[in-house]
Design a protein around this ligand. Sequence first.
Ligand SMILES: NC(=O)c1ccc[n+]([C@@H]2O[C@H](COP(=O)([O-])OP(=O)(O)OC[C@H]3O[C@@H](n4cnc5c(N)ncnc54)[C@H](O)[C@@H]3O)[C@@H](O)[C@H]2O)c1
Length: 354
Amino acid sequence: MKTVTVAIIGCGRIANAVHFPALSKLENVRIKYACDLIIEKAEKAKEDFPKTEQVITDYKVALADSEVDAVYVLTPNFAHYTVTMDALKAGKHVMCEKPITVNYKLSKEMADEAEKRGKILNIGVCNRYNRSIELLKQMNDEGKFGNIYHVYCSFRAFRSIPGLGGAFTDKSQSGGGVLIDWGVHYLDLIMYILGVPKLKNVTCDAYCEMAKDMKAYKYRDMWSEDTKDVENGVNDVDDFISGHIRTEKASISFNGAWAQNLDINDCYIDFLGDKKGARLTYGGKFIVCNGETLETEAPEYDMCNMFEREDEGFIESVLTGVKNRNNIENVIETAKLLDALYVSSERKAEVTLD
Ligand SMILES: NC(=O)c1ccc[n+]([C@@H]2O[C@H](COP(=O)([O-])OP(=O)(O)OC[C@H]3O[C@@H](n4cnc5c(N)ncnc54)[C@H](O)[C@@H]3O)[C@@H](O)[C@H]2O)c1
């Protein structure tokens, strides 16, 4: 069995929760480096995932190591670009977390560099490996929904602003708020299931309302609280977003909230077809309503660990050179869409896409 040697760059939440565990299980993967600017984080990861061989703070050490085949870029969004470009130029394959990076222009440069170097560059749009998504895509490909004319999605939570004042809420580091952080998953799934329809135009409104005064923001718990900085940090991103997208196929509308003064979490995608409709509970299962029989069914199937499948798929691509569903060339249109939505919200006007 051929072995793929990897370096994990960024030993934060997603690294520890998802990629170290998944890669630790894969027999054909060697984790040579755990790298983090904060050495204690890399050391902790090595301790928790004993397959890890060495700890470093400078990712360029891993890039200079000819034994390293691939790197995982699990840093805050703004660093995806620099680390990925350096890795590609050093001849490494890359698995980079979502979003690709902070805007479309830089995302496209990353895609072009991967193409130029003949390297695999996958993006962590993990939900594409969710079993529900595979089944919904298959149903749509087989025409079971008839014409899907509209898709609505909601990604709204009561209190979920992550690491207030830190990298997640500082636009210069994140590229945006709830749209780029959560909406990227929802809109990417919709694009994927619809077969990446050509985008026509978009309109969008973004709001930064709930933590305008960071110190006054009330919450029960905060995701990524260890990275918050309400004293000296910045919060200039969308905590609520609302938009409408026209494509050559279905139109799409959405509302997203990292925080709202409604103590409900509404996270789902509705596919409205003229034969059938489906509601997918985000991260969960779906129901289908048949327009002929008027009955609603909840299909039975086993869920899977999408993250393990995502990493398995990446390693397979590295070994075979065959691009898979998470390759940047299959995800780049989502970055174009997010960019257009943000431009529309800034201009307060519709934006037309080529
Ligand atoms: N696929 C998903 O569902 C999912 C879920 C959560 C996070 N993410 C993405 O993963 C990325 C990381 O998020 P997180 O929650 O793990 O953040 P985090 O802040 O917990 O971890 C990021 C780590 O990267 C380190 N780092 C930053 N710059 C570095 C550099 N140049 N070299 C080495 N280390 C560096 C930081 O010190 C930190 O430990 C983000 O882009 C986020 O959008 C994806």
